[in-house]
Write a protein that binds this ligand. Structure first.
Ligand code: MLT
Length: 266
């Protein structure tokens, strides 16, 4: 489905019973909403699942590529308004987690529960900003497929790369279908995002932290640090998974989400 939101065509999946508890899945960089296929397939019989392509990714328009994380949050709120969702459980992986965290800080009334996967609350330091610049240059000079190839060893656990070639091929296809403008714009948005650490202690909703045991990009220590500030926080480590834990070990990932969503949200 498509919606015109904030001057941009935003594509999204909307699956499951319309009157069920809504779960919004926000994808990571540099993928698209299709990375949530194992969750949509397994969980949409009980929950309404809305999964947007963030502006610049998948089938959403890329526009001029001048993004800020705040723009991604504006789009998310506009999508919730469009679907008449007063509040929802927000589940974001990595970049999606940055979007969910800023939404919880800015619009806490729209957040019923939080699921923060393979993400962090700190903003980029100098080293990370320089790496974003390098990545933008690499995308522009070598193209998206070469960038995707270089991203895979950082994002997936070695056992996924050697033992789950279908997961790697699927992810590569999603990455390669994104545009240079969209990916570069998202890198700028992530490099300029604000630090949400100080607002973690103000989160009042049940919050689940999920992280792959072998996540090198946003390690378990980052989730543990965040969880220690959240009064209703719990953390689970997903075995045999790197940064893309929902794709690498969907059985374990889905089991935690199903259990978490089945608890009363208070
Ligand atoms: C992601 O998976 O969304 C990215 O790795 C996040 C980032 O680069 O900070």
């Amino acid at each position: 489905m498509n919606a015109e939101l904030n001057g941009c065509t935003i594509h999204f999946a909307d699956e499951g019973p319309r009157d069920a508890d809504p779960l919004i899945l926000i994808h990571g960089f540099p993928l698209s909403h299709q990375m949530w296929k194992p969750q949509i397939d397994a969980l949409s019989d009980r929950w309404r699942i809305v999964a947007p392509d963030v502006r610049g990714f998948g089938e959403s328009a890329a526009g001029d590529g001048q993004y800020a994380l705040e723009v991604f949050v504006d789009d998310l709120i506009a999508l919730m308004d469009h679907l008449e969702l007063k509040s929802a459980t927000l589940c974001g992986l990595s970049m999606g987690g940055y979007i969910a965290l800023r939404t919880a800080e800015r619009n806490p009334e729209r957040v019923k529960r939080l699921i923060l996967c393979d993400t962090r609350s700190e903003s980029d330091g100098n080293e990370a900003r320089l790496a974003r610049g390098k990545a933008i240059r690499a995308i522009k000079t070598s193209g998206v497929p070469a960038f995707a190839e270089s991203f895979i060893p950082m994002a997936f656990a070695p056992q996924t790369i050697s033992g789950k070639p279908d997961v790697i091929a699927f992810s590569r296809k999603l990455m390669e279908s994104n545009s240079e403008v969209g990916l570069s714009g998202a890198l700028l948005a992530m490099a300029t995002r604000t630090d949400t650490t100080a607002s973690l202690s103000k989160i009042r909703v049940p919050t689940l932290f999920l992280v792959g045991s072998e996540d090198k990009m946003t390690p378990a220590s980052a989730s543990a640090a965040m969880c220690s500030h959240v009064s209703h926080g719990e953390m689970r480590v997903i075995p045999d998974a790197g940064h893309m834990s929902n794709l690498e070990n969907p059985e374990e990932f889905n089991a935690h989400i199903g259990r978490f969503l089945s608890k009363p949200s208070g």
